[in-house]
Design a protein around this ligand. Sequence first.
Ligand SMILES: [Fe+2]
Ligand SMILES: [Fe+2]
Length: 148
Amino acid sequence: MSSAICDETEFREILDQHRALRELLERIGAMLRQRTASIDQVAELLGQLGDTLIKHFTLEEAGGYYGDALLRAPQLLSRANDLLAQHPKMARKAQRLVEIAPLGAAARSWRDETQMRFDAFVRELLDHERGEDCLIQEAYSRDVEASD
Ligand SMILES: [Fe+2]
Ligand SMILES: [Fe+2]
């Protein structure tokens, strides 16, 4: 992770990515709930989710998003490290969502299986994003308090 200062454009780009990610999660969720999409259509969107996440995590890690927050509030380092450690785990989980094993007739259908894995993944990702929002807000509010 670099400790570069997160500039306005980069910060806005991360916020845009957060918005785009939530929209993509909603599209996939709706597609699974409608139960009419083919396995290929679902797999294509899940593949898109994996790619989007990797780009998003890379930007957060390489840029000053965390670095800037930690310059303002270094005491948040261990929380930041915990959040960053979740990135590779979630990237792997997203990749596994696409790898739907062939299921026998008696097994749960691929749609139910994918829905179950996807719902769990969404909870985990949104939890991560909330943790990140809290960390950034806390870093900036502590910085403001300190300069009062
Ligand atoms: Fe993140
Ligand atoms: Fe994020």
